[in-house]
Every structure is written in C-alpha cells, then in structure tokens.
Design a protein around this ligand. Structure first.
Ligand code: SF4
Length: 520
C-alpha cells in the first residue's frame, strides 16, 4: 500500500527534531557565607539539558541584586572572572528554552524589576496560557512586556509599587498572593529580592521543583541532580500550589491558591524524556521508570530479533529494559556525536542525510546481518527516525523493529514544551500502520498510556498527558502563540498554534477542525 504521506514537510533536518524540545531549568540558593554564584553555576550546568538558548543568574549581597545573563550555554555565559565578581548570600539562575517570547537577549532570564522601594529577579520554567488576557486586564500597551515571564514580573512590580509603605518581606508575600492565583498554565518560578529567595509551583505542578538542604543553606532546583552536584541533599519536592520562602529566619510555606484548583498534573514527559535519568520525581527514580517502560514494551510487543539497541541517548534505558525482559542481547548500534549543535539545520537534500549522519552513525559490526529492535522514547516529527532507519539498513540490518516507550505524540504542548504546530506532528495525521510505512520499519509499537503510567511507579499521583490524549488540564485559548506579546511579524509571531480549548478534534465541525489544526 502506498501511504499518502502527510508527514512533516520541513525545510531541513534538525537532528533533534524527533524529540520534544525541553522546557527550562531553574535554580535558587540561600547560603550566606558560601560562594553562591559558583554554586548556582554548577546547579545550572546540571540543568543545561532543560534549555540551551540562554542562561543567567541574579545574585544579592543584601544591598543590591546583580543580574548577569546572555544567549548561549551556561559555560558560554559565565567564566571565572564573572563569577568571582558576583559575591553575595543568595542567588537564583535559569537556563532557557523559549516557549512564549522569542529567543532574544531581552527575553533571557532572570527577568529583573527595580524601583526605589523594591528590586527582584525572576526565573520561569513553564508557559502561561492566559498571557494575552493578563496583559489586557492590566492595561499594558503592546510591547510593554515580551514574554510570559516578563509579564509575571511586571504584574508583581505593579503590586509592589502600590505597597511602598510596607515591610519589604510582607509586601513581597502579599504581591505573590495577589498575582499568582491570576496566572493560568505552567509556572515553576524562582524569585529573589535582596534578602530572600522564593520557589513557586503552579497548582497543577506541571514542571518539577525540589527543595534541598546544604550545610548552612537551602537550595531550590528543577531537578534533584542539581542538588547532588553542589553537595546538597534533597529534602522534598515542592508541592503543586506551594510557595516556599527562604530567608535568614529559615524556610516557610505559603498556599495562595484555592483548594479547588490544586490538582497535580506533572508532565508525563518529564519521566519519558525531559528529566535527567538520575532525577527523582514523585519520589521515583526516572532511570528506573525508563527501564520499566522498556520491560513493559517487551511484554506488550515481543519480536524475534538478534539485537536490542537504543537511540542515543534518551532511548537507551528503555532499550536496556526491553533487552532484559525479552532475553535478546543488548548492544550499541549507533554512535552519537555529542558536539553537534542543537540548531544545526541542513539546507539541501544531500546535506540533510549528512546532518543526521553527523549526529548518529551506525556501527556496522553491530548491525550487519542483524534483526534489530530499535527503542526510542518518542517520535515527534519522524524525519530523523526515518533517516536513521535507512542508515541502519544501509549498514546491513536485515530487519528493523521500532519500539517507542510512550504513546503516539498527537497534540501540541502548551505548558512549557515546544513541538511546533500540530500539523508538524507525525502521529497527528497518520495511523500507527501508516507511520510504520513512513518510517520504513518492519514493525512498530508504541507503549500504551496505562503501561507508561504504571512504569513511573507513581500511578494515581496525577499526570498531564495532553499531548498523547488531547485532554488539556487547563483550557487553551484559540490562537495562542509563542509571539503573543511581541510586536511585529517576526519568526516567533509566525509560529502560531491554534487549538480549541479542551474540545477534542472529533467534536469540532470539519471546517473548524481543519482550520484549527492546520490542515487542508
Ligand atoms: S502536554 Fe505533554 S509535554 Fe506538555 S505538559 Fe502535558 S504531558 Fe508534558
């Protein structure tokens, strides 16, 4: 059968196109007497996988906040000379991948606001879905703010400005209690003023945040490995809907959200792909969960084969699990170039194949004459996966059986992960059998949703699975776009995504569905 290929039409192959793009990483530390800038650098380094577009930190010496931020990786933005100059008692930091607001210096974080009576900085992981409404309600002129994080900072600054006669700490508490319940969407925040750091997790807890203890200090981090790297130990995960305030008096909690909106919905893809394998989420090891996903795939979709291999590197724990459960030997069939840039886009057809080979190259002595089981964590657009399958066949593989440790990725994410528009998602338009033909594999199986949740070990804890099911925990406004706050028609403004709230596609009239989901 000839599949009518409605698969993504991309102008180039980014070797990372078949994986979701990360959210952001946030970090905070309150540790008087310690080199907080250096420790923040290390913490951000451990969170680099969550965002590579820009990095920054804000450090307070008790008198003033100093913000250093720039485009690029943590190691590009900071050097020893910069860090030595950043002395203080507390700091926050952020690594960014843009979801609302384009990737520019202005939108790099931490975001800063200062006036005579206050100054603070803010780092954000997530994505608000009521950005436009909030800006309109506050009467902001177009261009006043350029990202959802910038908007939150502006709303807090407005509240603080109206409390100039209050104690700064009390004013900060009140401003947070006033602004946070108005936000909709995903927001894990770290904030700092001159005397305290604050950690916030939205009522759904879409993105993770953990609290750690350091000799003489406290630490906040998106993921627990950022605690490990600076010698801190994990105290606990910050609860969905909890605000943690840390100052010289210790650590205290506030709960500014009403009980009816607190509903844990941790992003399921944190377990599948985003989080580091050495992270702990809902008290469970992410690596162990990924191995279990592979074991469950083996039970769900056994096949006769000679070798199980993972797509480096995120597919490897599940491949290990598949091999263990199936009894088929585990081996390395692809070598990954670790140094290729994430934004490498090849302009021509000939270059596209080279682009994938630059990232992944088959090991012929593992693949020649072999029936392969190839395990990956997810397939977003499919372009790289198809090229990889062709390379494996060219390297002598006699059969390629694809196993994916999550269900088909059919819907865009609006809560802090960038997959582009729905029409670019391979599984949005094709059946599993059509995808199998498009990828040119002998068999293809996706792990079922219930098995995936079971593999996390946190059944019943509460997950967002909107990109797999189309059921969004928070309604999405039609025409929500990455460039919603930016003036002009730049590339960000063109990346308009449109989805009709929680209405499943099947419930929409055909015309509306085609318009909303970019077809036809
Ligand atoms: S839609 Fe998908 S990627 Fe986005 S938060 Fe939900 S589970 Fe995560």
């Amino acid at each position: 059968m000839t599949v009518p290929v409605t698969a993504p039409d991309v102008t180039g192959v980014d070797p990372d196109d078949d994986t979701p793009k990360e959210a952001c990483g946030v970090f905070g530390i309150f540790a008087p007497g310690m080199p907080v800038a250096h420790l923040t650098y290390l913490g951000l380094y451990a969170l680099q996988h969550r965002g590579q577009e820009s990095a920054g930190m804000a450090v307070s010496d008790g008198e003033a906040l100093t913000v250093v931020k720039d485009m690029g990786l943590v190691s590009n933005v900071f050097d020893e000379r910069t860090l030595v100059a950043l002395t203080g008692d507390l700091a926050i930091g952020q690594t960014r991948y843009s979801t609302t607001g384009s990737s520019t210096w202005r939108n790099a974080q931490p975001v800063y606001r200062g006036a005579e009576h206050f100054e603070f900085a803010l780092g954000h992981n997530g994505n608000l879905v009521n950005t436009e409404q909030l800006a309109a309600d506050a009467g902001m002129l177009p261009g006043t703010v350029t990202s959802d994080s910038d908007l939150v900072a502006e709303l807090l600054a407005l509240e603080l400005a109206s409390r100039s006669d209050m104690d700064p700490g009390e004013a900060f508490d009140e401003a947070l209690a006033e602004v946070l319940p108005r936000l909709r969407g995903a927001f894990t925040l770290v904030l700092a003023d001159t005397e305290r750091i604050v950690g916030v997790r939205d009522p759904n807890g879409f993105r993770p945040l953990c609290l750690g203890r350091l000799d003489g200090g406290w630490v906040l981090a998106s993921e627990s490995p950022a605690l490990d790297v600076i010698g801190a130990h994990m105290v606990r995960e910050v609860d969905p809907g909890e605000v943690v305030v840390i100052d010289q008096t210790g650590c205290r909690s506030m709960r500014p959200f009403s009980d009816d909106v607190v509903d844990p919905k941790l992003c399921l893809f944190e377990f599948v792909y985003f989080a580091r394998p050495d992270a702990v989420l809902y008290g469970k090891s992410v690596h162990h969960a990924r191995v279990r996903m592979g074991e469950m795939l083996a039970a769900q979709a056994p096949v006769e084969a000679d070798l199980v291999m993972g797509v480096p590197e995120s597919g490897m724990p599940a491949a290990e699990g598949y091999a263990r459960a199936s009894g088929i030997p585990y081996g390395q069939g692809l070598v990954k170039n670790r140094y290729i840039g994430r934004t490498f886009i090849a302009p021509t057809q000939a270059m596209r194949a080279a682009a994938v080979r630059m990232k992944l190259n088959p090991l012929r002595d593992s693949t020649e004459g072999q029936r392969l089981v190839v395990v990956d964590d997810s397939i977003v657009r499919g372009t790289t996966t198809r090229a990889m399958v062709r390379m494996l066949r060219a390297a002598g593989a006699t059969e390629v059986h694809m196993r994916v440790s999550s269900p088909p990725y059919r819907w865009p994410c609006f809560y802090g992960m960038d997959t582009g528009v729905r029409s670019e998602l391979l599984a949005a338009n094709l059946t599993v059998d059509e995808i199998r033909e498009y990828l040119e594999v002998d068999s293809l199986t996706y792990l079922t949703l219930d098995r995936l949740v079971e593999a996390t070990g946190a059944v019943g804890a509460g997950f967002c699975d909107a990109c797999l099911t189309g059921t969004y925990p928070i309604d999405i406004p039609v025409n929500l776009s990455k460039g919603v706050l930016e003036v002009g028609d730049g590339p960000a403004a063109e990346r308009t995504v449109a989805v009709g709230g929680n209405a499943p596609e099947a419930e929409l009239p055909t015309d509306a569905a085609n318009r909303l989901f970019g077809r036809g």
